[in-house]
Design a protein around this ligand. Sequence first.
Ligand code: DGL
Length: 270
Amino acid sequence: MASSSRTIGVFDSGVGGLSVLKHIRATLPDANLIYVADSGHVPYGDKSPAYIEARSIALTRFLVSQGAEAIVIACNTATAAAAHSLRVKFSKLPIVAMEPAVKPAVAATRSGVVGVLATVGTLESARFAALLEKYGGKVKIVTQGCPGLVEVVERGDLHSNEARRLIERYTEPLLKHSADTLILGCTHYPFLAPLIHEVVGDEVALIDTGAAVARELKRRVDVELPMRTLDTARGTVTFYTSGEAEQATRIMSVLWGNVVEVGQLPQEFI
Ligand code: DGL
């Protein structure tokens, strides 16, 4: 029987989107997943919206050329810069994007103060301002850009002194404001959650959007890409990078939790 599995393309500025891919794999185990880490261009957080938009279009083109029938932008910064134009350009594809989890954090806080850890690009975007306007009214929201934190995760450096020092520096102002709920507004940061917990203590809740994005993706593809036959086979997962493939293989294997092979993105998409 020909496979009826749906093929879903997922991209991020680098390895961070693997934190979202894990939720997608668990939620849609039969789907074939293609992941692109744009590590040759990481970080996106200090790039212009036009640059990130051009990268997002190139990566989506590649994923479509590989058979992707739906796209997940597993990157808050790329969502802010490019979700709108991707939806215009690829209007026939379901495109699921992600943004900092302001709504659930506002519902969860007991101190009435929510902290947001994200890239400078996300925090400065009109999209984030609209999110605050929509959901932030009742509580105090304190934001903190985190230069350097994405690079730490890109190196697979999840427990070093440098990682701890950066986390201490970025969480201190939020804790000073009595934030009891921290939004991990960048898909790289869930990989640092154990260290962030060590620094801020267990009473402070960490919230990210990976699971919600996977649920939204399932809802969309079940409606828009119905399965043609019942296929219970486990789907495949394929990995690409625009960075250095050998290093990506090493680091992505650690973050994914299994040995994976990472292919080089073809030159025309780099
Ligand atoms: N994972 C990306 C995000 O969610 C990181 C952006 C960057 O590369 O700076 O925003």
